[in-house]
Ligand binder design. Structure first.
Ligand code: VGL
Ligand code: ZN
Length: 200
């Protein structure tokens, strides 16, 4: 059984949002079409409290996109984004939600970021997505959405580590930092992941 995982298609990650991914809006129509081909579609949603420690605003004197450490983990400081219940945290209106059977929220712990749809960045707390997919008999996942070099990659990589066959749909994702994404793709392939370059 194969599932499509749609990562963080939320207003704040689209042009005009708080943490926009360049051309992020381009992939939504593709993702809507793609969904029709999968027996199971799930989604993730970045869902932060207003005092989330990944926000540069919580660290006086620090600016968005600077790096720091947070509870012993490397952390990029982000602009405030995807605050629980805000319009920015909502799914993009253009996203077809009719086939999405389950939504896994992440990033609720103010002390810890959560790029992967499976686990917090310290890998201690699970969102329940792994158990859900297992319960549905899923052995293969295709991952799309935003952002390619953060939440899409971490989600696809955790899927690999969980023993699932995992593919990043290159044509249905966009990166915050395209150079970082190119490097990450190589690492992902070396770890046993797949990159699908074109829609078949
Ligand atoms: C994301 C940075 C911070 C993502 C979420 O969805 O890729 N990136 N929070
Ligand atoms: Zn976030």
């Amino acid at each position: 059984m194969k599932a499509l995982i749609i990562v963080d298609i939320q207003n704040d990650f689209l042009p005009g949002g708080a943490l926009p991914v360049s051309n992020g809006d381009e992939i939504i129509a593709t993702i809507n079409q793609l969904q029709q081909r999968y027996p199971l579609v799930v989604a993730t949603q970045d869902w932060h409290p207003a005092n989330h420690q990944s926000f540069a605003s919580q660290h006086p004197g620090r600016n968005p996109f600077e790096k720091t450490t947070l509870n012993g983990l490397q952390q990029v400081l982000w602009p405030d984004h995807c605050i629980q219940g805000s319009l920015g945290a909502a799914f993009a209106p253009a996203l077809d939600e009719t086939k999405i059977e389950a939504i896994f929220r992440k990033g609720m712990d103010p002390q810890l970021d959560s790029y992967s749809g499976f686990f917090d960045n310290d890998k201690k707390k699970a969102t329940g997505m792994a158990a859900y997919l297992k319960g549905r008999g899923v052995s293969t996942v295709d991952v799309c959405g935003l952002a390619a070099d953060y939440c899409v990659y971490y989600t696809a990589n955790d899927a690999l580590n969980l023993g699932l066959q995992s593919t990043i749909l290159d044509y249905a994702t966009r990166a915050i930092d395209t150079e970082r994404y190119e490097q990450i793709k190589q690492e992902f392939i070396q770890a046993g992941g797949h990159i699908e370059a074109f829609s078949l």
